[in-house]
Ligand binder design. Structure first.
Ligand SMILES: NC(=O)c1ccc[n+]([C@@H]2O[C@H](COP(=O)([O-])OP(=O)(O)OC[C@H]3O[C@@H](n4cnc5c(N)ncnc54)[C@H](O)[C@@H]3O)[C@@H](O)[C@H]2O)c1
Length: 378
């Protein structure tokens, strides 16, 4: 028997849509112990919130997130707003005894992330951070292969997240459409926005990162601020590259930029082990590239494994072998795991505490880029 879970979603933008879709779909495909009920959507503009509520089936709208927290008909607060608003909402929701689901990056910095993790732990409320790429079936399969020891000792981890949407100097900073370019709202640039995903997946697959040596660049130094109307310094990193040592002795190489002309969201990762290598690419997300040195040398080579059979992670819940799924399904998978964990009393990862580790690596990267020195993550 499923129990109702009354959802208050804050933020009707890009992530508000992916999460709403997940709430609508999860019970159609997964046997989870809760049935989400779309109680309230909250956003800054009432008429947009009302249109969103109508489209997705929310029962009511609010324009002040505090009202969502005060309501006693809400069990779960889902945070899909810019990064600088995460902490205040999450800590208030925890204090009110609500379960909290928060978009990434968890916070603006490690100190804030620590406070948020302490708040949900003190309140003993279920919590999770939306690092959804772990739940791409091909990436989950990579984790299984690694855990089975199929790669042997890992030597290298390589990852990139490339975009090209801020190359024009005419793109402004600040405001609702371009808050990612305003350090006050975003915390950092590509480090917190894109590399945080790469780091979360990397730590999950390959273990902790010991130390980092990074460089960042802000290619366009001044942009018009939508809110003030003035041309102001840009304080976020447009591009960041870092190398690192993992605790298991392997070497990491990471790069992210919004200036890679032609790339829109090219997230790739590759691991090279003693026995095998694997590679994944978001633009071909239903495939895992795998090379096994133990193969007969006459036919040895990179295999392109099409992830669609029902014995592949999550795929048993979907269609028939040969038919693939996409980006939106990663949010359904993470919600299914979150609800399952809530039912069992075993939190699904990444919890707020897990996400503090990613935040710590991000802070070390920014400190290293500033000092030009290697920085210990601890
Ligand atoms: N998991 C992922 O892959 C992924 C992808 C994109 C964004 N994100 C994260 O999701 C969060 C939201 O990003 P987005 O792309 O959906 O942004 P967006 O700009 O599309 O939407 C932001 C929403 O927040 C609302 N908002 C802003 N301030 C508010 C406030 N004080 N009270 C209530 N609502 C407020 C706006 O009305 C808007 O609906 C960010 O933390 C971002 O880093 C994660």
């Amino acid at each position: 028997m499923t129990k109702p879970l009354r959802v208050g979603l804050i933020g009707y933008g890009f992530m508000g849509r992916t999460h709403s879709n997940a709430y609508s779909q999860v019970n159609h495909f997964f046997d989870v112990p809760y049935q989400p009920q779309l109680k309230v959507i909250c956003g800054l503009e009432k008429h947009v919130a009302e249109a969103f509520a109508k489209r997705w089936g929310y029962e009511s709208v609010e324009t002040d997130w505090r009202r969502v927290i005060e309501r006693d008909d809400i069990d779960l607060v889902d945070i899909c707003v810019p990064n600088n608003v995460h902490a205040e909402i999450a800590m208030a929701a925890a204090k009110a005894g609500k379960a909290v689901f928060c978009e990434k990056p968890l916070a603006l910095n490690t100190a804030q992330a620590e406070q948020m993790a302490a708040a949900v732990e003190e309140a003993k409320v279920p919590n999770m951070v939306s690092f959804n790429y772990r739940r791409v079936p091909a990436v989950t399969l990579a984790k299984k292969l690694l855990d089975e020891g199929r790669l042997g000792r890992v030597f290298h981890y390589r990852s990139q997240f490339l975009q090209d949407w801020t190359i024009s100097a005419d793109v402004p900073q600040g405001g609702m459409a371009t808050w990612r370019l305003d350090a006050k709202a975003a915390g950092s640039g590509v480090t917190g926005d894109l590399l945080a995903h790469c780091i979360d997946t990397a730590v999950w697959l390959n273990g902790g990162i010991r130390d980092v040596c990074a460089m960042t660049e802000t290619f366009i130094k001044e942009r018009k601020n939508v809110e003030t109307g003035k041309v102001e310094p840009v304080n976020i990193d447009d591009a960041c590259a870092f190398m690192c040592h993992f605790a298991n002795g392997s070497l990491g190489l990471f790069e992210s930029t919004r200036y890679a002309r032609g790339h829109k969201a090219l997230y790739t990762l590759e691991l090279n082990g003693q026995k095998a290598s694997l590679r994944w690419d978001l633009h071909d997300l239903h495939r895992l590239q795998y090379f096994d040195h133990a193969d007969d040398s006459l036919v040895r080579g990179w295999r392109s494994v099409h992830i669609s059979d029902s014995d592949m992670p999550y795929m048993g819940a979907w269609w028939v072998p040969g038919l693939q799924i996409g980006y939106e399904h990663t949010f359904i998978h993470q919600l299914a795991d979150f609800l399952d964990g809530m039912g069992k009393g075993q939190p699904a990862s990444p919890t707020f505490r897990d996400a503090v580790e990613t935040q710590r690596v991000c802070d070390a990267i920014l400190a290293s880029a500033k000092s030009g020195q290697w920085v210990d993550v601890a």
